[in-house]
Write a protein that binds this ligand. Structure first.
Ligand code: SF4
Length: 395
């Protein structure tokens, strides 16, 4: 698995381009700390003689430098993107530490920064709803977190250029039903079950009028088949009675349907209507915590926190990339760290197998040379060497 790196990434701003004036305003948090330390050093200087003042300034600079290094190290282990992305600031701090008086000379520039936010938060242009702000859970700055998160997404886009929803569907009705059925089971099992369901009940009207016992028999392989039968029949009735037999394309309407929560609604909006949405499933929750994108555990709060890191237009593909990575490489119990293309960007590297050969054997689906989950995958997946899943009972 060869991943091309974008060598310019370290210089790019959070939006993938040059830094904006707004973003630059968010960065001087460290400078303010530096200014405070410098001011403190100056105070020391005025209280004592000139020579001791230089000594204090040197200590302040050294302290800042070691603090910066410690933060970078905490975020990303021995060799990380954090250290890469904040490299220029670290270098400056190191210079200050080495050349004692330099910190005092830089004081006037630091004084210009008078509006540094009290908390380490940053609002990023065009990334999220108006009130969304970035709150890194650790010592990483908001700007560094945005850069690292977006770089992870770019890397994953290269690893999984064919990423797509792994449920087979031909229209919004099939997608919403398949997504409801996917609770507590694999997409593969749903894909192996839905062909016979949709062959017999192709429309909401057909499924709304179905005999529950017959539907239960079809859905038995999906598990929880009685509850799921109740859900899809109830869902179909609501579509017929409230939406003229059509799946609505608005979040507020979708979540009113029986068995449809925000996660299902965003899957449908993103993949059947082309409206951006973040799908916070079990893989997404696990990975964003490992990557320290957020410390939240509530799915709605995770959705808001991660949404603030990315432009809205990235949300649907981001969801696919993260979920695909979780299913193939970054498993819950045994993540394949030694075969992971984003290991240098991951604070959780080492949580799983680090031996490359052993890690390779943990890879799943096309990454491990196995069939995928869809019986009818998109052409891009087949072109990349992926193979379709077998029908029910065939393997
Ligand atoms: S596989 Fe390991 S290195 Fe890769 S994202 Fe998961 S925890 Fe991090």
């Amino acid at each position: 698995m060869v991943v091309r790196r974008n060598s310019a990434v370290g210089e790019q701003g959070p939006d993938g381009g040059k830094k904006t004036a707004k973003q630059n305003k968010t960065e001087p948090v460290k400078k303010t700390a530096s200014a405070k330390k410098t001011a403190s050093a100056k105070k020391t200087a005025s209280a004592k003689k000139a020579a001791p003042a230089k000594k204090s300034a040197s200590k302040a600079g050294a302290s800042k430098a070691s603090g910066t290094k410690a933060a970078a190290s905490k975020v990303s282990g021995s060799k990380t993107s954090a250290s890469k992305t904040s490299g220029s600031k670290t270098s400056a701090a190191e210079k200050a530490a080495k050349g004692g008086g330099a910190a005092v000379k830089k004081a006037p520039a630091a004084k210009k920064v008078t509006v540094a936010p009290k908390k380490a938060t940053a609002r990023l242009k065009g990334t999220a709803p108006a009130k969304a702000v970035v709150h890194p859970p650790g010592d990483e700055s908001p700007t560094a977190l945005v850069r690292r998160a977006r770089r992870i997404n770019r890397e994953l886009a290269e690893v999984f250029p064919y990423a797509h929803p792994e449920l087979d569907f031909e229209n919004p009705f099939q997608l919403v039903v398949a997504t409801v059925l996917s609770a507590q089971t694999t997409d593969l099992r749903v894909n192996q079950t839905t062909p016979s369901l949709f062959a017999k009940y192709p429309t909401p009207e057909d499924l709304a009028a179905a005999n529950p016992e017959e539907v239960e028999e079809i859905l038995r392989p999906c598990g929880f088949f009685r509850a799921k039968t109740k859900s899809v029949i109830g869902l179909s009735k609501a579509l017929v009675e409230d939406f003229g037999g059509e799946v609505p394309g608005r979040l507020d309407d979708l979540v009113k349907l029986p068995g449809v929560g925000r996660k299902t609604a965003f899957v449908v909006l993103g993949n059947a209507f082309g409206r951006p949405g973040i799908t916070v499933d079990t893989h997404f929750q696990r990975l964003v915590r490992r990557w320290r994108w957020t410390g939240e555990s509530d799915p709605d709060k995770i959705e808001a926190a991660v949404g603030a890191l990315f432009p809205k237009s990235d949300w649907t593909d981001l969801s696919h990339h993260v979920i695909w990575h979780g299913r193939r490489i970054c498993h819950a119990r045994k993540p394949a760290c030694g075969a992971c293309p984003i290991a240098p960007l991951c604070p959780a590297y080492g949580e799983g197998e680090t031996d490359p050969e052993k890690a390779k054997k943990l890879l799943k689906y096309e990454k491990g040379g196995f069939p995928g989950q869809r019986l009818k995958p998109p052409q891009a997946y087949l072109d990349a060497g992926g193979t379709p899943a077998p029908p029910l009972g065939a393997g």
